[in-house]
Write a protein that binds this ligand. Sequence first.
Ligand code: C2E
Ligand code: MG
Ligand code: MG
Length: 688
Amino acid sequence: MGARERPSLWRWSLVAVTWQLSLWVGWGLVLAALVLYLRADDHDYGYQLTMVAALVIFGELRPVVASDYAQDGVPMSTAFVFAALYMWGFVPAILLQAVAVLLSEMMQRKDIWKLVFNVGQYVLSVTAAWGVMWLAGVRPTLENPTSELFLRDVVWMALSWIVCHLVNLGMVAGLAGSAGQTWWESFSEDFWYYTFSTLSVLAVSPFIVAMLLVKWTLLPLLLLPLVAVYKTAAISRRRERQALHDALTDLPNRVLLQQRVTAALDEVRRDGSGLAFFLLDLDRFKEVNDTLGHPAGDALLEVVARRLIGAVRPGDTVARLGGDEFAVLLPDIEHPNDAIEVAGRIKTALAEPFRLEGVTMDVDVSIGIALCPQHGEDVEVLMRRADVAMYVAKDEQTGIEVYDAARDPNSPARLGTVTALREALDLGHLALHYQPKVALDDGTVVGVEALVRWEHPVRGLVPPDEFVPLAERTGLVHRLTAFVLREALDQVSEWWAIGVQVPVAVNVSMRDLQETDLAGLVAAELDAHGLPPSALVLEVTESVLAQDPGRAVATLRELADLGVSSSLDDFGTGYSSLLLLERLPVAEIKVDRSFVRRLDEADGDPAMVRSIVGFAHGLGLSVVAEGVESSSAWKLLREMGCDVAQGYRVARPMPTAQATQWLVERVVRGPAERTGLRVVGGDDAGPR
Ligand code: C2E
Ligand code: MG
Ligand code: MG
């Protein structure tokens, strides 16, 4: 709650005065009315008054509530209280009003002091209305009630409604000082809403008076339209609720969340505190839906919703944004650690296994946190930043992340690199290095892989790991791939011209396979360079392929139809199923270098690589070992029957001139005896 300003002294005195007024004056008036009533002589209007009293009570039981946020609404009973005021004056009106408020407050189980205050408050406002009437010279009593109604009476009546309404608002606002709001803030808040609904209820009172004067027995008929109004209000309230809540979990939906965040942000701006906004995404929800079906998925979401509500405080908002995405709004959070603590509670609440249809399952959650004012001061920015944090949490499997500009692909710091990368592409600051692939059995050069480098004017040679992922996130990767493809084919045509006829392998990203006509681009480039499809191999990383094979597989097939073969890179890191592997139109897999490295470790177990080689061969695929650094690994791999090796043991990735020299030595004039490499060249050369 921290930095909230304390109400000033005069505001406290305002609260005190308002409070004393309602307590002593308000209740004093009730008491006076009671005494006067008891002392009044019997009168002729007993039945009418009883009827009106009954309708007041009925009106309290059925308050007209038009909207969710105006919880107190305007009770219909007020119209009858005013009718009693106009008919019989002060005494019955005050008593009826007191009874009505007591009844309603007790039904809502309000705090006793609130009840005391509210009775006083309404009694005072009715008294004010009576004052207007008295000044207008209209002074009916129980013994001497009003007997006629004229059109001109509407003038003072309207005036009495306005005065009553203003006194009411003024007293509520007077007490608002204790909630830290200023008197004016509270007074003006929802001013028009309350004014409109109050006046429309009070405007019914002259009709009631007219009926009392003409045919009071018809009065209950008035209930019909009133009940209809009540019903309509209830329906519209339900509709409003539906429009703002999620049907499955009954949590606030995106629209309501946005309203709440906006309101909370206003508050932060006003009192200089802070707030936290979380985005949550269930980690294995799709699995539940796929394996147990949608009803089970729905049931899971409901349980998750309940656990989320249980993990936060009453004033916080938990919302469902759709699918398995939830959001939490915590007002009054200033320190990141407080937010992390709540996120930790949420994680613990969801960590407990779920039992659904007799199956116990674990569902993990990734939470992204954005704070106001640290990370943004408007709804969209906060949501976007929480989203970025959530993806980091998911990617790095940390579970909870607070937004960090350094890891945001859209942040200005990052945009510096994106812009710089775009410039590098324009200015030709990117270069390709080439690393050979050789056959394990006889050392034949069977290809080269093109690996991109950024020749940064300040940072020097930047490795691809530092900018390719960025290019992938921003869509710049299409330009990057087109550049690498053209550059690599330029180089290969040169090599082929001097007799080094090996294919070049180009790495492509998932987005190339999904979003562009890669096959079309490849065909055009091969054509432009006058090269056969066998001059090119495309490498696709296994992990990304396993995520979403659909469209990617189709592209790979188009490429295969062209005659361009593909290779599954970093194999073993992506958990692709054997089924997927069988379906994939690839000719080669590249065993990830983490497996190859383990061959060199003292307790290294070669069984993994051996079995990969075994089943790849079973599927008719050729196997490349990546990252071969030692002679012992080389030997082991050869024994296992692995086909090709790539790694520092053979050669590091080399800039063009050096790669050309290396290739020419081994392939064209290579002293095969010395290096153990076979000369490849002439017409029989080319890819395997
Ligand atoms: P990759 O395709 O698996 O490339 C092999 C990586 O292993 C290269 O890293 C290479 O330098 C390194 N390497 C080769 N032999 C050895 C070895 O014996 N020991 C060790 N420790 N490492 C070795 P590099 O060049 O840093 O490239 C990293 C990754 O960046 C590549 O992995 C590839 O996925 C990506 N990449 C490189 N160029 C491109 C490109 O033009 N386009 C795209 N989309 N991605 C690229
Ligand atoms: Mg590669
Ligand atoms: Mg690799």
